[in-house]
Design a protein around this ligand. Structure first.
Ligand SMILES: NC(=O)c1ccc[n+]([C@@H]2O[C@H](COP(=O)([O-])OP(=O)(O)OC[C@H]3O[C@@H](n4cnc5c(N)ncnc54)[C@H](O)[C@@H]3O)[C@@H](O)[C@H]2O)c1
Ligand SMILES: O=C(O)C(=O)C[C@@H](O)[C@H](O)[C@H](O)COP(=O)(O)O
Ligand SMILES: [Zn+2]
Length: 360
């Protein structure tokens, strides 16, 4: 079992990564009224969780969210809050998110809102949620006009990562998670990027030793950044590499038609093309990113029907926009990132077009 700590003073918590659930999870729910939020594909894992918790909770209610990104909306949030009220949850209750980023983000937001704030635990079951969304306290639902536009910063009490959960995860969801893993290499760790180049096939084959290393390295980077800048006033923006483009793709295509990780994968290439045009990335570094995304099974282009011009208004809804100016995260070589606020429309359109016409 590996343990990492997210150091946020009184909001600090631990991340436990291993095969099987850690006994401390039982202590965390002991004697409390619990609502577990999950989805249909997790039915087997939900049964295992219920058996593991046994009679530790005072009561346990299950709430099933519909499948897919389309469920991360205000209507489902209202339905979930209705379930909490009917289950008689008070502020001393506990929410558990058993699922991927969709379950984690909406459950976290419900925990932030319900009775003005209650505890919740993240049990992330997709690779993406294990390396990224379960940690850091960004909680949200989508608005039809933009991703994650309604949300709050609200940290979980604990994050438990059981590698067994990934056994049932479909291949395209593994690839989506690998996009965020690659992101950490690009923004913060050139050695990790190189390690990913050497081990991508093994990761896709779900080798547990490799996955454990990739998850722990990713979360160590994320925990360090979040501890420095919980509310994204500075360095946390680096975790958004590729997302200004990627969120535009998700909103344009209709939520769920492009997976978040797929859109981020294409978005990272667009940011990298822009960085190359500014001399911040050389040809070889750019090619390495294309090759690594390809090895991860990620798309190497944005949606064919989406024109570069269609990206711009959606990108302007990004939460990093300040004083009406778009701020973009760009790679600076491999292993570092910077935020720029002077990218012109022409540069952005050219970067998108470069990805759309590249032949890799
Ligand atoms: N809060 C953050 O910091 C943060 C970070 C990254 C992404 N996100 C958000 O996360 C969401 C994407 O999360 P995701 O990629 O986990 O997608 P997801 O939550 O939609 O899960 C993908 C699919 O896999 C199923 N599934 C989950 N675990 C499974 C398992 N073990 N076996 C079989 N099926 C399983 C789910 O039911 C779902 O159908 C997006 O909404 C994105 O905006 C948030
Ligand atoms: O934790 C962060 O900070 C991130 O940016 C992680 C991203 O992978 C994640 O998709 C996040 O939800 C995007 O943030 P947003 O503020 O653009 O919604
Ligand atoms: Zn993301």
């Amino acid at each position: 079992m590996k343990r990492l700590d997210v150091g946020l003073g009184e909001r600090s918590y631990s991340i436990l990564i291993g095969l099987g659930l850690h006994p401390s999870l039982k202590d965390q729910v002991q004697g409390r009224s619990v609502v577990v939020v999950s989805q249909a594909p997790l039915a087997g894992h939900l049964q295992t969780l219920k058996s593991f918790l046994g009679d530790a909770p005072k009561s346990l209610t299950c709430f099933e969210l519909p499948n897919g990104e389309g469920a991360k909306n205000l209507g489902e949030l209202e339905r979930l809050i209705g379930c909490l009220i009917e289950a008689g949850l008070g502020r001393d209750g506990m929410l558990i998110a058993l699922g991927g980023g969709v379950v984690g983000d909406i459950t976290g937001f419900a925990a932030a809102c319900y009775q003005r704030g209650m505890d919740f635990i993240q049990l992330p079951t997709t690779l993406l949620s294990q390396v990224d969304s379960a940690v850091g306290g960004k909680t949200a639902v989508n608005h039809p006009l933009g991703k994650n536009l309604i949300g709050a910063f609200h940290q979980p009490q604990a994050v438990h990562v059981d590698l067994h959960w990934l056994d049932t995860l479909p291949d395209n969801e593994m690839s989506a998670g690998l996009a965020e893993v690659i992101k950490y290499g690009v923004i913060a760790d050139a050695d990790f990027f190189q390690w990913l180049e050497a081990n991508m096939a093994g990761l896709r084959a779900k080798d547990k030793t490799l996955l454990s290393h990739a998850i722990a390295t990713s979360l160590a980077i994320k925990a360090d950044i979040v501890a420095q800048d919980e509310r994204e006033q500075g360095v946390r923006a680096h975790l958004n590499l590729g997302h200004t483009f990627g969120h535009a793709i998700e909103a344009n295509q209709g939520y769920g038609n492009w997976l978040h990780g797929e859109a981020v994968g294409a978005g990272m290439l667009m940011a990298a093309e822009l960085a190359k045009s500014r001399g911040m990335l050389d040809d070889e570094q750019l090619m390495r990113l294309y090759r690594l995304n390809k090895a991860a099974g990620l798309p190497l282009k944005g949606p064919a029907q989406m024109t570069p011009e269609q990206y711009l208004p959606l990108m302007m809804r990004d939460k990093k926009v300040l004083a009406g100016k778009l701020r973009l995260v760009l790679p600076k070589g491999l292993g570092q990132a910077v935020v720029v606020s002077d990218a012109t429309e022409a540069e952005i359109l050219a970067a998108i077009a470069a990805v759309q016409t590249a032949n890799h």
